[in-house]
Unconditional design. Structure first.
Length: 155
């Protein structure tokens, strides 16, 4: 019975406790990459890094030469053309905006002028009314004076 309990304990330990297995795998991994390969991957990566740096330096030198040969002037020319086109578009937009604003101002001035003419017509009619009243009053006043004169005048 003791052997059965011990075997069951071992089976349970293997099934439920994975720490010893994981530790063994870790030791194997470290030994494989550090001891057996002798940092071969590290040296390989350093060599690769050196080659990439050298290639990058050569390409930068080539790119700098090609940029100096004409790419900058071409780029500047294109940027100036794009800038000129953007300025033209902006100028047209400003002209359209000013045109619509000018049209709105003209309409506003027409409305103001129409209101002014209506007000002037109203004032003219008022003055004409006052004139007619004044003429009426003066004519009645003078006709009364004429009648008074004819009454008092010697015959």
């Amino acid at each position: 019975m003791e052997k059965i309990v011990k075997d069951v304990g071992d089976i349970q330990s293997r099934l439920l406790h994975h720490r010893p297995i994981i530790n063994a795998e870790i030791r194997y991994f470290v030994r494989e990459f550090e001891e057996k390969r002798g940092y071969r991957e590290n040296r390989l990566l350093e060599n690769l890094s050196k080659m990439v740096t050298e290639a990058n330096d050569q390409l930068v030198a080539l790119d700098t030469d090609s940029v100096n040969q004409g790419m900058i002037t071409d780029l500047i020319r294109r940027l100036e053309a794009a800038n000129h086109m953007a300025q033209r578009v902006q100028q047209r937009e400003i002209e359209v905006q000013q045109g619509t604003q000018l049209q709105a101002n003209i309409e506003h001035l027409k409305d103001d002028w129409s209101d002014f003419l209506k007000e002037q017509q109203r004032l003219k009619e008022e003055v004409d009314e006052q004139h007619v009243k004044a003429v009426g009053q003066l004519s009645t006043h003078y006709s009364e004076m004429k009648m008074n004169l004819t009454r008092f005048a010697p015959m």
